[in-house]
Design a binder for this molecule. Structure first.
Ligand SMILES: Cc1ncc(COP(=O)(O)O)c(C=O)c1O
Length: 397
């Protein structure tokens, strides 16, 4: 078992994080986290360079560093750099993967209640456009995807176009058994699209062990990168089974007037224009996480979240996180106050939280019959003292 960071180590991580300088208690790392100074500096330095010499020259100057971001992401995921595509955010990555997968009328697109709202809308849209059938595999007694039911669905693999799973949902601290889902998909030969948006930066990720064909991620959440950044992992072996849905002249080569082909590797899913400053800063965030040790970040987050759940329950909050394994997202409701009111009262006391809302997690919230909840998400920057102050503030509501 990996040791969480010591109090001294947490102090050092906080000292390198500008958002930890003041009194703010940030419990919204699942929304948008606090970047390390190195990340902020990388982004601002590049913006200054663009302003000084023009964006194209600045990009040319940073070309090697830009390539290195792909290598950093690959290291974090256990992938090859050629399997990484740059995107603007997780949904863009997920869509690039999903719409590249061939599907025909009557086939099933398989998911779980906890899949993210944007992904579920895309599944519904695919049902409308291609006549596929959305199949939501129910949860087991732990609240995670029921593996036996999934295995049954995969008994007729030709009927299944794709399995989509949120490893960690937006609406609770559940950690779905992604590797077990990957193993079932591999045996069935069905493409597995893993939404790792809430997982990257807080869980150790090894795409080979997860058995996923695609893995989408975002920069701004537990990775502590900038907004407007993300990435897609696309396994080399899946590329000849899929076709990018919106190629441009960066992801594809225009060979002559009537012909084009795709560039090598996952870059075929990219578009040419992007925020170079954001991409470089994403790389800096990955490097910070790798240097700290993602296994130790994971252990620290898990410990803090468990403490917070226990302490919120002690002061009368109902904690709603299902799962045999849980992560840094804590969801809870007050016995009398609505989640919005709790969140805004905490904001008035300098504590950032958010509210889980049906539009991003309709199927999950309906299946569990939970109302909108206050979402408090911790990171390795969260201290025991901060949790004391949060619990005092909740008690005083
Ligand atoms: C589980 C999950 N998947 C996907 C997303 C979408 O991420 P992005 O907003 O970066 O597209 C979110 C955002 O909250 C999420 O929680």
């Amino acid at each position: 078992m990996t040791a969480p960071f010591t109090a001294e180590e947490v102090t050092a991580i906080r000292a390198a994080t500008p958002g930890c300088d003041g009194d703010l208690i940030h419990l919204d790392h699942a929304g948008s986290s606090l970047p390390a100074r190195a990340v902020l500096d990388t982004q601002i330095d590049h913006l200054r360079r663009e302003a000084a010499i023009g964006g194209y020259r600045a990009a040319a100057e940073a070309a090697e560093r830009s390539d290195a971001v792909r290598s950093s992401l690959a290291t974090m995921l256990g992938a090859n750099p050629s399997e990484i595509a740059r995107t603007e955010h997780a949904t863009a990555a997920w869509n690039a993967a999903f719409w590249s997968i061939p599907m025909r009328a009557g086939q099933r697109v398989v998911t779980h209640d906890h899949d993210y709202g944007a992904n579920q809308i895309a599944l519904l849209h695919a049902a409308e456009r291609f006549g596929v059938v959305v199949e939501r595999v129910a949860s087991d007694g732990h609240g995670q995807i029921d593996l036996d039911r999934l295995a049954t669905v995969l008994e007729r693999p030709d009927d299944v176009a794709v399995v989509s799973l949120a490893w960690i949902p937006t609406s609770s601290g559940l950690v779905n058994p992604a590797a077990a889902v990957g193993s079932l998909c591999r045996s069935a030969g069905v493409p597995f699209l893993l939404d790792a948006c809430q997982a990257v930066g807080q869980l150790d990720v090894d795409v080979a062990q997860l058995g996923c064909d695609f893995c989408s991620g975002t920069g701004r959440k537990f990775l502590r990168g900038p907004r407007g950044t993300g990435f897609l992992y696309a396994r080399a072996g899946i590329l000849d089974r899929v076709v990018p849905s919106q190629p441009d002249h960066h992801g594809a080569r225009w060979l002559d007037l009537d012909r084009y082909d795709y560039v090598e590797g996952a870059r075929r899913f990219e578009h040419w224009e992007h925020s170079v400053a954001g991409w470089l800063a994403l790389g800096a965030a990955v490097d910070v996480a790798l240097e700290l040790g993602i296994d130790r970040i994971e252990a620290t987050i898990a410990q803090r979240a468990d403490e917070l759940r226990a302490r919120l329950a002690d002061v009368g909050m109902a904690v709603h996180d299902p799962g045999a394994v849980r992560c840094g997202i804590v969801t809870a409701t007050h016995p009398e106050l609505a989640a919005d009111d709790v969140s805004s009262a905490l904001r008035d006391r300098g504590i950032n939280t958010t509210v889980t809302f049906a539009g991003s997690a309709l199927a999950d919230m309906a299946a569990r019959r939970v109302p909108p909840a206050t979402r408090l998400s911790v990171h390795c920057t969260t201290t025991a003292d901060e949790l004391d102050r949060v619990v005092d503030a909740v008690r005083a509501l």
